[in-house]
Design a protein around this ligand. Structure first.
Ligand code: FAD
Length: 366
């Protein structure tokens, strides 16, 4: 993963601030990184992927997150789509779609709807049999990360009394992609709403088939997404820590470097400990993933919960430490501050994570 991280650092260079301000990532870069398997690096080499384990992919995700929150967001979506295919798809679907996802095509994943945010079971998107070997998908999705760039949309909806997911090529008639105007963070991640108006796709684009329960279908993709967001938050914390250490070591006020003031030192210590706590929570969850432990789903919730809270708090401390130096758009710490807060919202808000953790601990006590 170090080689891949070096390659991404080389390609990103100092361009992340400009992408954030413009609200756009270069498509040729996304296609190149996608074609190298970087965006969904846990896909196996047999499907054209990098074949990293969760820990190595986590470190890669943190490295990308340290450089650019928008690119890391696209990586999360691509990895989530790939994981949904791997968990829910047949061998043929895995060979077909994973190959496409490691050949430069991009994917986004749509769960959320206008009336189904935290309560995903309230989804109203329908998937029905359309005859002649086709399915018909109708509904609306909101805030789908990377949908602006995506060739393939993994759409979740109701099918024959259960829940399933379908892969919808973004250029299918009846698909409308409407960009979220001016998102407050991860501004170049291509968030968009989807309008799906009687969209017809081949029946073999359905992942998972009939009769799967809602939690099983949704948790498969969400667990990957939570791991990815959590590691991305470690990257945010590392970017903030590096900027804060550099700035407070260099700038002098009252005749001494800022870091020499004890109250400044306290903020640096808190920021460092936040990065360490987030890293340990992610390492723990990735170890569960790589061991195939049954606790992986709740460990991913815990990692996402811990790392996003630490990232939001840490980025706020970094803004305080840099003060006016971090008070303009595009600055790495200003971006971190805006991006980190959104990490407390996605893949299950902080409160939804708390409910899941409480349910877990009560189950253990019983
Ligand atoms: P709501 O569900 O309306 O929640 C509002 C507040 O109420 C929150 O604080 C919440 O914690 C709280 N709340 C709700 N229910 C409870 C409860 N039972 N107990 C206690 N508190 C509660 N969706 C996708 O499908 N795909 C994506 O790629 C994607 N990317 C996103 C990227 C960004 C940057 C953002 C901001 C959102 C993205 N989303 C995506 C949507 C995201 O998953 C939802 O925003 C999230 O699930 C929360 O839903 P909501 O915004 O409707 O908030």
């Amino acid at each position: 993963s170090d080689d891949l991280a070096g390659l991404v650092a080389d390609r990103v260079g100092d361009r992340a601030a400009g992408w954030d301000i413009a609200g756009e990532l270069p498509r040729d870069l996304l296609a190149e990184l996608g074609g190298l398997g970087v965006l969904c690096a846990q896909v196996g080499v047999e499907h054209g992927g990098a074949g990293l384990d969760s820990r190595a992919n986590g470190e890669l995700t943190a490295a990308v997150g340290e450089l650019c929150g928008s690119l890391r967001s696209v990586m999360t979506s691509q990895g989530m789509a790939a994981w949904a295919v791997r968990r829910l798809g047949t061998a043929e679907q895995r060979e077909h779609f994973l190959r496409r996802l490691t050949s430069g095509e991009l994917a986004a994943v749509g769960f959320s709807e206008p009336g189904a945010g935290s309560d995903l079971a309230a989804m109203t998107t329908t998937i029905t049999d359309g005859g002649s070997g086709e399915l018909v998908v109708s509904g609306r999705k909101v805030w789908v990360t990377a949908a602006h760039y995506a060739d393939l949309l993994v759409v979740f909806g109701g099918y024959r009394g259960g829940t399933t997911a379908v892969v919808v090529p973004a250029d299918t008639p009846g698909v409308r992609v409407e960009r979220v105007p001016h998102p407050s963070g991860c501004r170049a991640a291509g968030h968009a709403g989807l309008v799906l108006d009687h969209v017809r796709v081949p029946a073999d684009h359905m992942l998972g088939g009939v009769g799967l329960s809602f939690p099983l279908v949704v948790t498969a993709a969400l667990t990957y997404g939570r791991m990815s967001v959590a590691w991305g938050c470690v990257g945010i914390l590392r970017a903030c820590l590096a900027a804060a250490v550099e700035h407070t070591g260099r700038r002098e006020q009252f005749g001494t470097p800022l870091a020499g003031h004890q109250l400044v030192g306290r903020l640096l210590a808190e920021l460092y400990v936040g990065e360490q706590i987030a890293t340990r929570a992610c390492e723990h969850a990735s170890a569960s993933w790589d061991e195939g432990a049954p606790e992986v789903a709740i460990d991913a919730v815990q990692a996402k919960y811990v790392a996003s809270r630490e990232a939001a708090a840490g980025a706020s401390r970094a803004v305080q430490l840099l003060a006016s130096a971090a008070a303009s758009d595009g600055h790495v710490v200003a971006r971190a501050y805006r991006d980190a807060k959104l990490m407390e919202i996605i893949e299950g808000t902080t409160e939804i994570c708390q409910l899941l953790l409480a349910e877990h601990v009560r189950g253990r006590a019983g």
